[in-house]
Design a protein around this ligand. Structure first.
Ligand code: SF4
Ligand code: SF4
Length: 277
């Protein structure tokens, strides 16, 4: 008997984004990979989120083992969160309810693959598609009937739309690339009480990018030293806007991130001042 649960399967997933219900999917934050940090650090506050997953198959277990840390009966996988998930709508959503980044042809990978999810294998995406329809995407108007042939996006185990397939595998490549940092962070926090609370509960464990690994993350994300400094200054400005100028949406992770960034900026200024004395 298989160790893995049986799910209702389908051979075709049909979907066409209607764009007029973005209040369902364009809430405060999206997910990005390490390869997208450079594209979006001047738009969103960027921090880390861990989620726990149970494998759906042997192949999925191998994938999760590669990208995440194995703790108890779960695999813990880290992403970069872009935005403020306590806000009702994404910073990149325009007044006409369309995504500014989409209009500019540079929408984040995660936003291009909804309602699928790159944490799961391509041949099991029908399961995710169906589950999202029951939960987070219950009000999404993009789900179509199988008979609407022009809207088929996944068929018999594979994506049938090139742009969707490309975004899906680019996201998986990003997960692989950032996994070394995520595993390093996990090793440093897994004994903390807040981590135990996360393991016992549901949901996401959010935290700022830890300063000891920040410059290595930025280097792997393609930043030069000068660009890394610009990242820190830009992120501090964006966090300040989120916390102070835009007002009343509390987010303690963004607050912690803002404080870390300010300490880094002060340390840098002190260093420069000493050098010029
Ligand atoms: S909820 Fe679904 S149909 Fe509506 S904008 Fe989002 S993805 Fe498109
Ligand atoms: S980046 Fe665009 S598509 Fe993604 S959540 Fe924000 S507004 Fe929506």
């Amino acid at each position: 008997m298989s160790d893995y649960p049986d799910y209702e399967r389908t051979s075709i997933c049909s979907f066409l984004c209607e764009k007029d219900c973005s209040n369902v999917c364009c809430n405060g934050a999206t997910l990005i990979t390490i390869d997208e940090i450079k594209d979006f650090y001047e738009i969103f506050p960027i921090y880390i989120g861990f989620r726990k997953y149970s494998p759906l198959s042997k192949e999925h277990r191998a994938f999760l083992k590669n990208i995440g840390g194995e703790i108890d009966d779960y695999y813990i996988v880290g992403d970069f969160i872009a935005g403020n998930r306590f806000k009702k709508s994404c910073i990149a959503l325009d007044e006409d309810h369309l995504c500014k980044l989409h209009k500019e042809g540079r929408k984040p990978l995660q936003c291009r693959i909804v309602p699928f999810c790159a944490i799961y294998p391509e041949d099991m995406q029908d399961i995710i598609f169906g589950q999202q329809r029951q939960t987070k995407f219950a009000k999404c108007e993009g789900y179509k009937e199988k008979a609407e042939v022009d809207t088929t996006v996944w068929k018999q185990g594979s994506f049938s739309e090139d742009s969707l397939r490309d975004a899906f595998f680019d996201f998986q490549r990003g997960l692989n690339k950032q996994s070394q940092f995520m595993k390093e962070i996990l090793l440093s926090i897994y004994k903390e009480n807040y981590f135990k609370d996360f393991m016992e509960g549901e949901g996401v464990l959010e935290m700022p990018i830890p300063v000891p690994i920040l410059f290595n993350v930025l280097e792997d994300a393609g930043f030069s030293d000068k660009e890394s400094l610009h990242f820190i200054i830009s992120q501090a400005k964006i966090c300040k806007k989120e916390l102070i100028e835009d007002g009343n949406v509390e987010n303690t992770v963004i607050e912690d991130w803002f404080n870390e960034l300010n300490e880094l900026i002060s340390a840098y200024n002190e260093f420069v001042n000493k050098k010029s004395e």
